[in-house]
Design a protein around this ligand. Structure first.
Ligand code: ADP
Ligand code: MG
Length: 235
C-alpha cells in the first residue's frame, strides 16, 4: 500500500533521514520505534507531504506521491494524527470532528454517518460534544484527534506518539482502541516510544536511530530482541 524507497530528507545541511526503506501492506498495523529525535515525525511529515525528500521515492496504492501537497495526500487516503494533537481548543468537540470531514469534503449524509461512527468508537466524545476541545483531559484530546482524523475516511492513518503524556490506564485503553481501528479495516502506521505496548498490538515494526532504520521485523521477533529489550523495553 505504502512504500518508501531510499528516502533522504535534509533540513539545510542536516540529514534528518538517510535512505529510508519501508513499506506498509494494506490491513497491517506497523510501528516505528525510536527515541526522541530519531526521525519518526520526519518520516510521517514526509509521507504527509509536509517535508520534501531530497531524494528517494514514495508510492501509495500504485502511484508515486512524492511531491504531493498535504491536501492531496488526504484526498489520496493518508491522514496524519499529529503529535501534540493540534486541536482547535476553543471549538467544540463536535466542531473539531466536523473539521476532519470538511478536509475530506464529505457530503452531509457521509458526515452524519462518520460522526456516528466516531461517537460509537469514543462514547466520551458524545457526552462532551458541546464542550470546548481545550477543556478535555489529555486522553480525551488524543481520542478527539484520532476521531477527527478518522472523519476524513483514511485508507492509512498515521498516529504520532498517541500515548505520550497519558496515564498508564489510559495508555492501555488507547492501544486497544488503535487495535480496534485497525481490525475494522484501516491500515495503521504508528510512531511510538512505548515499545512494550506498541509491539503487543503491531504486526511489524521498524527501529529508527539517527534517521536510519537499524532493525526491522515481525513484532514478536523485535519484542524478543535483546538490543530492543535493553534500549526500549527496559527488561
Ligand atoms: P522524532 O519524531 O523521532 O522524535 P523528529 O523526526 O521530530 O524525531 O526529528 C528528527 C531530527 O530532525 C531531530 O534532530 C530534529 O531536531 C530534526 N528536525 C525535525 N524537524 C526539523 C525541521 N523542520 N528543521 C530542522 N530540523 C528538524
Ligand atoms: Mg516525533
Amino acid at each position: 500500500m505504502l512504500k518508501l524507497t531510499d528516502v533522504t530528507v535534509k533540513f539545510g545541511p542536516f540529514e534528518a533521514l538517510n535512505r529510508i526503506n519501508l513499506h506498509v501492506t494494506e490491513g497491517e498495523l506497523v510501528v516505528l520505534l525510536g527515541a526522541n529525535g530519531a526521525g519518526k515525525s520526519t518520516i510521517f511529515n514526509t509521507i504527509s507531504g509536509l517535508n520534501k525528500p531530497s531524494s528517494g521515492e514514495i508510492h501509495f496504492i500504485g502511484q508515486s506521491v512524492r511531491g504531493f501537497s498535504p491536501d492531496k495526500m488526504v484526498k489520496a487516503g493518508v491522514v496524519q494524527c499529529a503529535e501534540g494533537k493540534k486541536l482547535f481548543a476553543d471549538m467544540s468537540v463536535q466542531e473539531n470532528l466536523m473539521m476532519g470531514g470538511f478536509v475530506h469534503r464529505s457530503k452531509k449524509a457521509q458526515l452524519k454517518q462518520s460522526l456516528a461512527e466516531a461517537y460509537e468508537l469514543f462514547p466520551i466524545l458524545y457526552d462532551k460534544k458541546e464542550d470546548p476541545a481545550g477543556s478535555l483531559s489529555g486522553g480525551q484530546q488524543q481520542m478527539l484527534a484520532i476521531g477527527r482524523a478518522l472523519m476524513a475516511k483514511p485508507k492509512l492513518i498515521m498516529m504520532d506518539e498517541p500515548s505520550i503524556g497519558l496515564a498508564p490506564l489510559i495508555v492501555e485503553q488507547m492501544f486497544s482502541i488503535i487495535q480496534e481501528i485497525n481490525k475494522s479495516g484501516t491500515t495503521v502506521l504508528l510512531a511510538e516510544q512505548n515499545a512494550n505496548a506498541a509491539l503487543k498490538i503491531a504486526d511489524r515494526g521498524y527501529v529508527i536511530e539517527n534517521g536510519t532504520i537499524v532493525l526491522q521485523g515481525e513484532s514478536r521477533a523485535l519484542f524478543n530482541n535483546d538490543a530492543i529489550r535493553k534500549a526500549y523495553i527496559g527488561a
